[in-house]
Design a binder for this molecule. Structure first.
Ligand code: 5GP
Length: 197
């Protein structure tokens, strides 16, 4: 799971390492927030109305969902289950609430990474330069970042994205290591086979 303030560079980092970490599935969340310029439905997010999102909640389609900056965001169960069955590394870009929820549901097969710019000032600069959001939205994101940074101790790894190449290298190592984690379910099977050889 990857968390960190909008503007931390999560998407750029994932793009940068995507060819070096083998087979993976990037979990495409569903959200009620408006589409930003350049975003494509079904690629960056599944954009949904409040009504459709509510229906998905009622029908238990979400592994987790949360209210972030006044909009709903949720992770659908089905594609994640499919990817895990195929043995793919699943990458989630979710907030701290989502991180807690998925940790509770999937337990020790997860690896969590918090990605942050080196300082609050740098975050403000990046959000303003990106100019995809109104100043009110930027203000909300900064306040959210201040709250989220208080919870970095809940994560396995902290990546400070000062230099994109260095941060990407760190994330690549973490992704490769995450794939080596042994899911509990497979341990008994492995021990059994190992004893029988
Ligand atoms: P943005 O609007 O900048 O794309 O995302 C805002 C925040 O929502 C980010 O912190 C992102 O990690 C989080 N987020 C995106 N998708 C999900 C999701 O499915 N569940 C949760 N809990 N958070 C999400």
């Amino acid at each position: 799971m990857l968390s960190g303030p909008s503007g931390a560079g999560k998407s750029s980092l994932i793009n940068k390492i995507s060819e070096d970490i083998g087979d993976f599935y990037f979990s495409i969340s569903t959200t009620t927030r408006p589409k930003r310029d350049g975003e494509v439905d079904g690629v960056h997010y599944h954009f949904a109305t409040h009504e459709a999102f509510q229906k998905d909640i009622e029908e238990n389609h979400f592994l987790e969902y949360a209210l972030v900056h006044g909009n709903y965001y949720g992770t659908s169960i089905k594609p994640v289950r499919k990817a895990l069955e195929k043995g793919q590394l699943v990458i989630f870009d979710i907030d701290v609430q989502g991180n807690t929820a998925i940790n509770n549901r999937l337990g020790d097969i997860t690896t969590s990474v918090f990605i942050t710019p080196p300082s609050l000032k740098e975050l403000e600069k990046r959000l303003k330069n990106r100019s995809t959001d109104s100043s009110e939205v930027i203000h909300k994101r900064i306040e959210m970042a201040k709250r989220e940074i208080q919870r970095i101790s809940e994560y396995d790894f902290l990546v400070i994205n000062e230099d994109l190449d260095k941060a990407a290298e760190m994330l690549k190592q973490i992704a490769i290591t995450a794939k080596l984690k042994i899911p509990l379910l497979e341990i008994n099977e492995f021990v059994q086979k190992w004893e029988d050889l």
